[in-house]
Design a binder for this molecule. Structure first.
Ligand code: G4P
Length: 282
């Protein structure tokens, strides 16, 4: 399989990021809890140097909780502040103010020494497409509104969302480009739906996911589709087609449809909470 990213998008996204990053104190980087490293772009380390850093394991509801905790420890050991969240439902977001204050304590202390008191921390959300940046901003802004009873503070030019007296959030997120050089990374991004299915062979992708699940979550496919493990993932895919009555012309199994269905079940969390990469491998 071959993945591509368009240089035009990349250049524009990078330029925007370089401009906006000058305005902020804190980078809030969203990663996907199911693939916390494959959904990062390490360029942010260079772009965000000298800034306070917070990593959010978003979509934590779709990943195994023991691995979420292990990943939090992993990032904390690397010197980041880290938190697991579910931006869709707002889970974990209560803790965010405290974590932001903690991530920015050096900056706040620097300000205090220079006699600057109560200057709000300015933050920007960054992450690869589809990781949940807009959802996170909307949920957080929504919470801020109900809390203060005010509309988010809107100014001309750059728009900032005032979360409270201490924190302001840039309302446009920074878009990081996914990493494509490593094919296994590309594959994981495809599993979670960050790369459009049209540019991939769906059945091949699904067969590879079946192999991963067989190895790491052996019960899942049996429980969901009543199929037995086989050395040939395509046999298992036919089993899913049979179980879900995916047929073409009446009696042939439609494995393409079954593959789409299974990928959709996986992405929607209907196969359970599954983590696709583990800190000890990294
Ligand atoms: P982006 O700005 O980074 O590109 O991502 P966006 O917020 O558009 O979110 C991408 C998808 O991820 C959305 O689903 C959104 O609902 C979902 N999402 C975001 N955060 C979470 C989370 O913490 N948990 C779960 N389970 N899902 C999350 P969608 O299918 O595009 O839209 P919808 O069907 O949810 O409306």
């Amino acid at each position: 399989m071959h993945f591509q990213w368009y240089p035009g998008h990349m250049t524009k996204a990078k330029r925007m990021m370089q401009e906006n990053i000058k305005l902020i104190d804190l980078v809030i980087e969203l990663v996907d809890a199911r693939i916390p490293l494959s959904s990062r772009n390490p360029d942010i380390d260079e772009l965000g140097k000298n800034k306070a850093r917070l990593i959010l394991l978003n979509k934590a509801d779709l990943a195994e909780d023991r691995w979420n905790d292990a990943w939090i420890r992993y990032f904390e050991e690397k010197g980041f502040s880290a938190l697991k969240v579910n931006s869709k439902k707002g889970g974990g977001l209560k803790a965010i103010q405290g974590v932001i204050a903690d991530a920015c304590k050096e900056k706040i202390e620097r300000d205090r020494k220079r006699g600057i008191l109560n200057r709000p921390v300015r933050a920007m959300v960054v992450g690869i497409p589809n990781v949940g940046k807009s959802t996170f901003i909307n949920t957080l802004a929504g919470k801020a509104c109900t809390k203060t009873g005010n509309k988010p503070g809107v100014t001309k030019g750059k728009q900032w969302i005032r979360l409270n007296k201490q924190v302001e959030l840039l309302d446009t997120p920074g878009i990081l480009w996914p990493k494509f050089e490593d094919q296994t990374v590309g594959l994981k991004l495809a599993y979670i739906g960050s790369i459009k299915d049209e540019i991939l062979n769906t059945e091949e992708l699904c067969a590879l996911l079946i192999c991963f699940l067989k190895e790491n979550y052996p019960e899942v496919l049996k429980e969901k589709y009543g199929i037995e493990a086989s050395d040939d993932p395509y046999v298992m895919l036919r089993g899913i087609a049979e179980n879900r009555h995916c047929l073409v012309r009446g009696n042939e199994f439609d494995t393409e449809k079954a593959a789409l269905l299974m990928l959709d079940d996986f992405r929607g969390g209907r196969l359970g909470r599954l983590t696709l990469e583990y800190p000890q491998e990294m």
